[in-house]
Design a protein. Structure first.
Length: 215
């Protein structure tokens, strides 16, 4: 068994991914995102299940360079996002799931904290990208806020995982008129949401170690 240096592990992983994808054609802007999700999950189904609205990647990259903020539905997604890279454009990451006022309001309204988090996020004055990897109720709440004119996201990354209302919530976002990156079906997760954000960040602000990873 060959021993790899830490920086060589990711490079070798992407070489294997490229090899196993074979002749599957991916667009230039979507390829780094799809491959990073596969790298995170070891699941090649994302090569066909990740769905992008027209110009979603280009819109997101421009916004990141201009300092867009990111809102997540879990602390795990927030923890996985490269804050140092996001800060290069002047953006920051928010997650309100642990806030006392969110928990209190969710209990009073008999709804999920993820849903209330989206309401709180709608008060952010800066442009926002939502990265939802866990709660379909967050996407359902977002769709309602969009229809009410209370929020107008730059992009919605909709990749909650599970069985109840997961597929349906993703379909709402795909019909919302807002640019999106969505994982069709039941698969997803906080780690997938973070990997999509990081792929976009590394495209906006290239790292030396990313050279050749997607070729």
């Amino acid at each position: 068994m060959k021993t790899y240096l830490p920086r060589e592990i990711e490079k070798e992983s992407f070489r294997i991914i490229n090899e196993e994808l074979g002749g599957l054609e991916l667009t230039q802007n979507q390829a780094p995102i799809i491959k990073r999700v596969i790298h995170t999950t070891a699941d090649f189904e994302y090569a066909t299940s990740l769905c992008f609205s027209e110009n979603a990647v280009e819109i997101a990259l421009e916004a990141i360079k201009m300092g867009v903020d990111i809102v997540t539905d879990t602390q795990m997604t927030k923890a996985g996002i490269s804050k140092v890279t996001l800060l290069k454009g002047g953006g920051e990451v928010h997650c309100f799931i642990s806030d006392f006022d969110v928990a209190k309001k969710a209990k009073e309204k008999e709804t999920t904290r993820a849903s209330i988090c989206m309401e709180k996020a709608s008060l952010i004055k800066k442009p926002v990208i939502f990265a939802i990897g866990n709660a379909p109720t967050a996407l359902i709440s977002l769709d309602k806020l969009i229809k009410e004119g209370l929020v107008n996201p730059i992009l919605i990354i909709g990749v909650p995982v599970g069985f109840v209302n997961v597929v349906e919530s993703k379909e709402l976002i795909m019909k919302s008129g807002i640019p999106f990156i969505v994982a069709k079906g039941r698969k997803g997760g906080s780690n997938v949401a973070a990997s999509i954000v990081n792929a976009l960040l590394y495209m906006a602000f290239p790292r030396e170690e990313d050279e050749g990873l997607n070729n």
